[in-house]
Write a protein that binds this ligand. Structure first.
Ligand code: PBG
Length: 326
């Protein structure tokens, strides 16, 4: 055999050849846009740690969803920021609460033209900022929280949400919500389990976006970044409890977990490219240290290649437009 015996570079020789043999390709409909809506705002308010991201007013939210649909994204995930918070997160179950009201106006505006998703968690609505309710000793009370999640699920389904994103990491949350929906005759509602959600430093900017009240951390319910096998257990339980889709979050620091999960299950697997991942690239680009567009598309492609069928990303609209423009 002459040396080199094989010449893999032939497959990289022109853009046309590269495109013909590409194993993975991003598409606008694989991107989901997270959006924030804040009660009592008069104008959209920029989130300082996430350049380009705003907290929406109820009406600017509807416009932003319309824009996302026009750009061809696959769905939108809504987060609500209430004016008032309490120990049990009452706003989350109030039919007129900021998130439920937003779900009503968004679904009235876009119908089934996109997938309207709701964050189902208490942290935006509690005055202590935890994802669940607390017991008398101040610990997150798993089973009391499940009752709140079940009530929230019915309120969100009633408000028109197509898919509920269970992001609280309570044990049994998918089963509790699935049972409540079935009992209410709402077997049509999709459940996305944030099955493997890690206690991550990369959520920092999000907590600005939702004016988070959290003191301390979420390490008694979110996963330890040291563990990967544990993610498979979480995913197995969520699928058994009735999850339609499972998710790994954050994305880029957990590509190993994502690929292991994708190899394990027969339901769609998604990933959440979180606020800190976004902020990191934006900051490096603003400092002139990185080619912003190329880095955005490369991170998204990497997450897709590792096994995510869809990716939640704050760049969804911009990336969808870049992909359409080729
Ligand atoms: C909890 C929730 C969080 C995020 C999405 N849902 C924050 C947390 O767990 O502290 C983070 C998303 C991001 O950082 O972009 N409801």
């Amino acid at each position: 055999m002459p040396y080199p015996a094989e010449r893999p570079r032939r497959l990289r020789s022109t853009a046309a050849v590269r495109s013909l043999v590409a194993e993975h390709r991003l598409a606008p409909e694989r991107l989901v846009l997270p959006l924030f809506v804040k009660e009592g705002l008069r104008e959209p308010a920029p989130v300082s740690s996430m350049p380009g991201v705003v907290q929406h007013t109820p009406s600017s939210l509807v416009d932003a969803v319309g824009e996302a649909v026009d750009a061809g994204v696959g769905g939108v995930m809504l987060f609500g920021v209430p004016a008032e918070r309490d120990a049990v997160g009452s706003c989350g179950t109030d039919p007129d609460g900021v998130l439920n009201a937003a779900l009503r106006s968004v679904t009235a505006a876009v119908g089934d033209r996109t997938v309207v998703m709701a964050d189902l968690c208490l942290d935006e609505f509690t005055d202590h900022g935890h994802c669940g309710v607390l017991d008398e000793r101040g610990r997150v009370d798993n089973d009391a929280t499940l009752e709140r999640y079940a009530a929230m699920a019915l309120a969100q389904a009633d408000a028109g949400a197509h898919l509920l994103g269970l992001s609280g990491m309570m044990d049994g949350q998918v089963g509790a919500v699935r049972t409540a929906l079935e009992d209410a005759g709402r077997s049509d509602v999709l459940l996305l389990a944030y099955a493997a959600k890690y206690a991550s430093a990369f959520y920092g900017p999000f907590r600005d976006a939702v004016d988070s009240a959290l003191q301390g951390d979420r390490r008694t319910y979110q996963q330890d970044p040291a563990n990967a096998v544990e993610a498979l257990r979480e995913v197995r339980l969520d699928v058994a409890e009735g999850a339609d889709v499972v998710m790994v979050k954050p994305a880029l620091p957990y590509l190993d977990v994502l690929s292991a999960v994708a190899a394990e299950v027969d339901v769609p697997v998604w990933a959440y490219q979180v606020s800190g991942e976004y902020a990191m690239v934006e900051a490096a680009a603003a400092a002139g240290m990185i080619d912003r567009r190329a880095a955005v598309l490369e991170t998204l492609l990497s997450v897709h290649r590792a096994g995510a069928g869809a990716v939640l990303t704050y760049w969804a609209v911009e990336a969808a437009r870049l992909l359409r423009a080729g």
